[in-house]
Design a binder for this molecule. Structure first.
Ligand code: ATP
Length: 141
């Protein structure tokens, strides 16, 4: 089966993943994309979500906190704001982050006055926490 190299790097951790894979499925600002070997050149922004990597006959998930993806026919590079493999995810930390974000979003919706809550930031924090819990198979709702 044809392969394409996938490199995932983040500012905090450097190289997180570097392997030959069969397919990468990501959520970009333009929608969901499936990247196969020999894909056309592409540069796109990625949203916080659980990325799917197909390789060695199986499927692996990586939690992505958003970033950019560059594709050439031979190589995919994901420049991640943050990224974690399943074994590196702290479920309790992600649950706490999810709760904080949900509380902020609820406060924002309740108030009719000017608020200091940055709703986009809270939504992004919620999406990061949910992606981590999904990768760990621990997302209840
Ligand atoms: P928190 O509020 O818990 O810090 P966050 O979404 O704001 O969560 P980020 O700013 O996205 O955190 O990430 C900061 C660093 O911490 C990154 O290196 C990221 O990989 C790591 N990280 C964040 N949450 C977790 C988690 N639940 N388990 C493992 N690593 C995490």
């Amino acid at each position: 089966m044809a392969t394409i190299r996938l490199d995932i790097v983040s500012p905090d951790k450097g190289e997180i993943f570097s392997k030959d894979i069969n397919m990468l499925i990501v959520r970009s600002t333009a929608g969901e994309l499936g990247i196969l070997p020999r894909h056309a050149n592409l540069l796109t922004e990625l949203l916080p979500h659980a990325m799917k990597i197909k390789m060695d006959g199986g499927e692996n998930l990586v939690a992505l906190g958003g970033g950019f993806m560059e594709v050439t026919p031979e190589k995919i590079t994901v420049l991640a704001d943050s990224a974690e493999l399943p074994e590196d995810i702290d479920v309790e930390r992600a649950q706490r982050a999810k709760q904080r974000a949900e509380e902020r979003i609820a406060q924002y919706k309740q108030t009719t006055k000017e608020t200091l809550i940055d709703i986009d930031r809270a939504n992004r924090a919620l999406a990061r926490a949910k992606a981590r819990l999904l990768v760990k198979n621990a997302l209840m709702n």
